[in-house]
Design a protein around this ligand. Structure first.
Ligand code: 6PG
Length: 251
């Protein structure tokens, strides 16, 4: 498992900023654009704020960046729970990403209609026929992921039937145990089609979940959904702080 333990949340955000810079520059050099999926929650804010500052701001090819969301809560985009709003306020309002490159999950439509609309959005943005769902999956260059204390990632929760999804790109969630309950999420096959999945994990409340993920390495159907993120042709990296790694904070 590619796991790096860093002293604190600031060091995690810095390491993540370096990784985002490397991946975005290399994808643009190879393919002319870079498609990134963002998560919500409280962890990525520090990274988002860092990316608006030197040296990262100057290093990232913002005009070639296409921004998607890994999951969204079913609220309007200006709601305090909105993952779009978080990314917009902390990052996107401060960097020159063209408006046409922002692919927001329409949480305000509700889980089913929102998921259906986002499937169309992905089909267009990745130039894939919608009918290809199940056979072909959108390939993200980078997905930023978080880990919940119960082992969830995106809006994929332990024991949920969605963990068996093999065809759909985007799915509705009506019963998220983490509020709010109604959500839209990318599915595991899409997470596992990515070129890179980058987990950011900080805080002692994540230590048990991280231990479970580490213990599940190599298991065929591990219980923590985050442990099922194993991109077939890509890589997974974990950037975690000492508290999440279950180690004492530096003295
Ligand atoms: C969401 C997230 C979710 C998150 C984890 C970790 O919308 O709730 O995308 O999967 O990444 O729950 O959240 P924290 O960063 O708040 O711990």
């Amino acid at each position: 498992m590619d796991l790096t333990v860093l002293p604190d949340p600031t060091a995690v955000a810095e390491a993540a900023a370096e990784q985002v810079t490397r991946v975005t520059r290399s994808a643009v050099a190879r393919r002319g654009l870079v498609r990134v999926g963002l998560s919500g929650g409280s962890t990525p804010g520090a990274l988002y704020r860092l990316l608006t500052q030197a040296p990262w701001r100057e290093a990232i090819p913002w005009d070639r960046l296409h921004v998607f969301w890994v999951d969204e809560r079913c609220v309007p985009p200006d709601h305090p729970d909105s993952n779009y709003r978080l990314a917009h306020e902390q990052l996107l309002a401060h960097v020159p990403v063209p408006e046409a490159h922002l692919y927001r999950m329409p949480g305000e439509l509700g889980p089913a209609a929102g998921a259906a609309a986002y499937r169309q959005t992905l089909a267009q943005a990745f130039n894939l026929p919608e009918a290809a769902a199940g056979a072909t999956f959108p390939v993200f260059d980078l997905l930023l992921l978080g880990l919940g204390p119960d082992g969830h990632t995106a809006s994929l929760f332990p024991g949920h039937p969605l963990l068996s999804e093999t065809g759909a790109w985007v799915a509705p969630v009506e019963d998220s145990p983490k509020p709010p309950p109604a959500r839209i999420t990318l599915t595991l096959p899409v997470l596992n089609a990515a070129r890179q999945a980058l987990f950011l994990v900080t805080g002692a409340d994540k230590a048990a979940a991280l231990r479970a993920v580490i213990a599940a390495e190599g298991e065929p159907d591990p219980a923590p959904p985050a442990a099922r993120v194993r991109p077939a042709a890509g890589e997974v990296r974990w950037l975690v702080d000492q508290a999440a790694a279950g180690r004492d904070a530096p003295g």
